[in-house]
Design a protein around this ligand. Structure first.
Ligand code: CIR
Length: 257
């Protein structure tokens, strides 16, 4: 996917209070900040101009900016996060987004959408129905995307252990190729797509990001990394240990457009 810009927000001092199911212990803020800086540098060296927003201690999960909006083909949809503690993040990021998207659309109640449940794959968008994104929110989003010529389909990801959002288990790798965890690959909805199934034990690596011809991947998953390289795609491994402790991945840390 080709991106000129991205928004990102380093974690704030309350980061360790973020939502989590990972059971990996509390994150270390100074390590997280260093990992964030490396992530931003990787985007910049991939040709993306990154606007860094100030840390926002009011919202422990606010570094996961991806969940606040869906940006596609000049359209910005401000989300309605499924977790009550994250609701205020949308208003907090709205002015920064409006600098680029002056007339955003909105997900309206009772719909909920987390951006992490939305996977753009060329002309198609997969929308995960999860514990955070409900069917009403998914329907509203699909209608908005269709105004930009984007087709969409829903993938029910509820009940998959360890999978917070759709994009915790899927990445678009260009053309018709998707990286998919085994669990997700076995769900309906991917007919006609070529699946690169993430090796068992390396599921966390499925949350990779294709940026201007390179793939940002979480470091420490050698079989997945080799499989992506075998597709002819350059790989940029990034240490994500502290974000993983809060159920977060690479895609969550930026809004790309
Ligand atoms: C949460 O539970 O909302 C955060 N701790 C993690 C959000 C990760 N975001 C994403 O996968 N897009």
């Amino acid at each position: 996917m080709s991106f000129a810009r991205a928004l990102a927000r380093p974690p704030g001092r309350t980061f360790a209070d973020g939502l989590t199911t990972a059971g990996l212990g509390p994150p270390d803020l100074s390590v997280a900040l260093a990992q964030h800086a490396a992530y931003v540098a990787a985007l910049e060296s991939s040709g993306v101009e990154v606007t860094l927003l100030p840390p926002d201690d009011r919202f422990p999960d606010s570094t996961f900016v991806e969940d606040t909006a869906v940006l596609a083909r000049g359209l910005a949809v401000l989300c309605r996060p499924g977790a009550p503690s994250r609701a205020g993040e949308v208003e907090a990021i709205r002015p920064a987004l409006e600098a680029w998207f002056p007339s955003p659309a909105f997900i309206e109640a009772p719909g909920t959408v987390d951006g992490g449940d939305v996977c753009e794959a060329g002309d198609h968008v997969f929308i995960g129905v999860s514990d955070r994104t409900n069917e009403e929110g998914a329907r509203q989003l699909a209608a908005l995307l269709s105004t930009r010529g984007l087709g969409s389909s829903f993938v029910d990801v509820r009940g998959i252990p360890g999978l917070l959002h759709l994009k915790s288990g899927i990445a678009w790798l260009g053309g018709q190729t998707l990286a998919l965890t085994g669990e997700l690959a076995s769900r309906p909805g991917f007919d006609g797509w070529t699946a690169l199934v993430v090796p068992p034990g390396e599921e966390y690596a499925a949350n990779a990001v294709l940026v201007n011809g390179r793939v940002l991947v979480a470091a420490g998953f050698p079989r997945f990394e080799a499989a992506v390289r075998a597709l002819g795609l350059p790989v940029v491994p990034l240490d994500m240990s502290e974000y993983r402790k809060l159920d977060g991945g690479l895609s969550c840390l930026s809004l790309r457009f």
